[in-house]
Write a protein that binds this ligand. Structure first.
Ligand code: FO1
Length: 332
């Protein structure tokens, strides 16, 4: 099948079972484009929960919420996280009480989501059932599964004037803006976590598997760190296509380059492709979508196509998702 010009939907995707491993902002925007490119496909999103954090007694799942709000049309569009039309009165009141931390922007509307999640978790519901209940309201139009129901938190080892220590990923990401080098990035407890119900089956039954342009270390990498998920992806017959989150050596958004440095992977479309590996040589990827500036990305056994990769609106996101989908379908 030829890779058709940007702008078209992908009719061949009707009825297809598509599985996407997604992190936060970039992943969510890509998924919005995927829904537009393949409106009649059945999309299952395996969401990263390593960013999860408990603050002020509330259990917060940033990447699940970003996907849910973005696809459910409740997201703060410019930020890519949190709610549109948000207020921060509770945050201001907490600051007046001197409650810390004050670097996490917890909005009033967003707090309702965390209250529901925390109440349900305390009542004994697993995160996967909490997420399904929250999605009953938001109707993201995809099945959103946490990568695991077990608690996995990404912590980052840094060294500064206060010495060498681990801090929560959110503190490194928000308070430090990833400016302090990450000596190690560890998804705590991943090795004893199990995939959430439905995750392995979704991979097994997939016709196409996609890696959106999410952070390859702290989003997709964290999902791959859950025992059984990588093995299921490798055992799947479904073509697996990824989209580079790095254009011309720098991340489109976020600070993937700071994360890649922590695992000694070059911050380039080629570096990440090499990191994931080509399926023909024992890696994960059948295909890799790169920006035109990176069309010199050649990796033995990997089918690479170049396309404009800036997701500035729904149309560009749809075109990128459509190109990724068509690249995947070119293997079947
Ligand atoms: N990111 C920020 O840069 N600053 C914030 O204050 C902030 C608050 C926040 C609250 C809820 C939520 O779900 C996400 C939030 N994020 C914030 C984004 C978050 O750190 C990232 O989306 C992911 O964890 C990384 O993709």
């Amino acid at each position: 099948m030829t890779i058709s010009e940007p702008g078209s939907r992908v009719p061949a995707a009707a009825g297809l079972k598509i599985v996407a491993l997604a992190g936060g902002i970039g992943g969510a925007r890509f998924l919005r484009g995927l829904k537009a490119a393949a409106p009649d496909a059945e999309i299952t999103v395996i969401g990263n929960t390593g960013d999860d954090i408990e603050l002020f007694g509330l259990q917060i799942s940033p990447d699940l919420d970003t996907v849910m709000y973005t696809l459910g049309n409740g997201i703060h569009e410019e930020q890519g996280w949190g709610r549109r039309d948000e207020t921060f009165v509770v945050k201001e009141e907490l600051a007046i009480y001197g409650v810390t931390p004050q670097w996490f922007g917890l909005g009033d509307r967003d707090i309702a989501t965390h209250v529901v999640r925390t109440q349900m978790r305390h009542a004994g519901y697993p995160l996967s059932q909490v997420t399904a209940a929250l999605c009953d309201r938001w109707k993201p139009g995809v099945q959103l599964l946490p990568m695991t129901d077990d608690r996995v938190e990404t912590h980052v080892e840094i060294e500064d004037e206060d010495g060498r220590r681990f801090i929560h990923f959110q503190e490194w990401w928000i308070k430090f803006r990833a400016n302090t080098p990450a000596l190690r990035i560890i998804p705590i407890n991943a090795e004893s976590a199990t995939p959430a119900p439905g995750v392995i089956d979704a991979i097994k039954n997939a016709d196409v598997i996609l890696f959106p342009p999410s952070n390859p270390v702290v989003s997709i990498g964290t999902i791959l760190s859950i025992p059984g998920i990588r093995r299921a992806l490798m055992a799947s017959k479904a073509p697996l296509v990824g989209v580079s989150p790095i254009i011309g050596g720098s991340p489109v958004r976020g600070m993937a380059d700071a994360c890649l440095a922590a695992i000694d992977v070059k911050s380039s479309a080629f570096g990440i492709a090499e990191h994931y590996g080509a399926r023909a040589n024992g890696g994960l990827l059948h295909g890799w979508l790169v920006a035109e500036v990176d069309n010199d990305c050649v990796l033995d056994g990997l089918k690479v196509i170049a396309r404009p990769l800036i997701m500035k609106d729904l149309e560009t996101s749809r075109d990128i998702a459509g190109a990724a989908l068509e690249l995947a379908l070119s293997f079947s």
